[in-house]
Unconditional design. Structure first.
Length: 317
């Protein structure tokens, strides 16, 4: 699943922060209003909740936020933006990388310039632990496990399962798929009959599921790594004339479309993650790193299971 698809979701609040601490000596005491933070994201239209949350919390903290956007996959554009902000002497960088190559180079540039860096949505490498770098990430492994456990429960512990993952190069997608596989490995009544990747998109997922159904493959559950891919699966099932609910379909992200599809019985489950909490963590961690205070090296944002039997009022906030 791409970082853009991930950003369309909503991350649930919580106070737990996990991971190794990034320890930096000394403390610089200056008001938050003195800080300038560069915030680099995919286009706001694709990551609206995250973009608005970062803007709102920066304003609340008296921070001067300078935004820049780059299309999904346009790593060189984002790297050039980072170089420009470093040259402009911003106090910190908050970045949702638009591809993995951008993440690597952006981290190198920040470490070399000793500019605090908060990476959103992508996990760390061990050799980054020494620098002023932290990672605000959802618990994607847990999301995959929650989704598959609920689907297994709805099946009564027995059935044929198909998995649709996002991009193999996206850490969030890999962890969600691993979470689902973890549940399958301890569920003898569940049998994996098909598996594919769809790069987080609705159309590729629709095409994959249509192909399975055309071949007559028996499927009881489709577990997708994002709501967009789950919706693609639902469209293929509907086009094949299979009644809604006959094949249970699960997604992740609790997007507006996903929540509506669940109320319409087209999806059986999704996972909620709160962009507001993620935004607050990212800005606060950046300010702490500027002051050379210790922050979690991996700042995890919890997730929550959502089904069509639950009130959606909480998740619409």
């Amino acid at each position: 699943m791409s970082s853009t698809e991930w950003a369309r979701g909503r991350f649930i609040g919580g106070s737990l922060r996990t991971g190794t601490l990034v320890l930096a000596l000394g403390a610089w005491a200056f008001p938050a209003s003195a800080a300038t933070i560069a915030i680099l994201t995919p286009p706001a239209a694709a990551a609206r909740r995250l973009h608005d949350g970062l803007d709102e919390h920066a304003r609340a903290r008296g921070v001067e936020a300078r935004f820049a956007e780059a299309p999904e996959g346009a790593g060189e554009v984002q790297i050039a933006q980072v170089r420009k902000f470093i040259a402009a002497k911003v106090d910190a960088l908050v970045v949702m990388p638009v591809d993995l190559s951008a993440r690597e180079e952006i981290t190198r540039l920040a470490l070399e310039a000793d500019v605090p860096l908060v990476l959103i949505g992508q996990g760390p490498r061990a050799d980054w632990f020494a620098g002023r770098v932290t990672h605000v990430v959802p618990h994607d492994l847990v999301a995959g496990r929650l989704q598959m456990r609920k689907l297994a429960q709805m099946l009564g512990g027995t059935g044929r399962v198909a998995l649709i993952a996002g991009s193999a190069s996206d850490p969030a997608s890999v962890l969600r798929q691993k979470g689902a596989r973890d549940v399958l490995s301890v569920s003898p009544g569940l049998r994996l009959v098909a598996e594919t990747t769809a790069d987080g998109g609705r159309a590729p997922a629709r095409a994959a599921v249509a192909g399975w159904l055309t071949r007559g493959l028996g499927i009881d559950v489709i577990a997708a790594g994002s709501d967009e891919m789950a919706l693609g699966a639902a469209e293929a099932v509907e086009a094949a004339g299979i009644p809604a609910g006959r094949i249970l379909i699960g997604g992740v992200d609790a997007t507006a479309d996903g929540m509506q599809a669940m109320q319409d019985k087209r999806l059986a489950v999704t996972i909620y993650q709160d962009a507001g909490t993620l935004s607050r963590r990212a800005v606060d961690d950046a300010l702490a790193l500027i002051r050379r205070e210790p922050v979690p090296h991996v700042d995890g944002v919890p997730c929550e299971l959502v089904t069509d039997r639950m009130s959606t009022t909480h998740f619409a906030r």
